[in-house]
Design a protein around this ligand. Structure first.
Ligand SMILES: [Zn+2]
Length: 93
């Protein structure tokens, strides 16, 4: 099975790379066209390959699941952080 390396932060704040099981999925940016807005510019996510590897959440082992939880938490945290920065900028105007 193919693996996809994801950068995570452990409880000490150190960067760790963890390999999750991966599967190929139709690119979410170009929706499988391989180009931007049906122009000739190659898609920046898949580089024209039309598919991208994503974490296969259905074949996670027990250890993978633990790491996946951390990954999701970090994603949420980052989204919240970005949102806060955006709101702050808007309030300053
Ligand atoms: Zn694409």
């Amino acid at each position: 099975m193919k693996k996809i390396p994801i950068l995570l932060e452990d409880e000490n704040g150190d960067d760790i790379e963890y390999d999750f099981p991966s599967k190929m999925e139709v690119c979410f940016q170009c929706k499988g066209y391989g180009t931007y807005f049906s122009s000739d510019v190659p898609c920046t996510i898949c580089n024209g390959a039309r598919v991208v590897s994503v974490i296969d959440t259905e074949s996670l082992s027990e250890e993978d699941k633990m790491m996946y939880d951390i990954y999701i938490q970090e994603e949420e945290y980052e989204k919240e952080y970005e949102y806060e920065i955006k709101m702050e900028r808007m309030m300053r105007r």
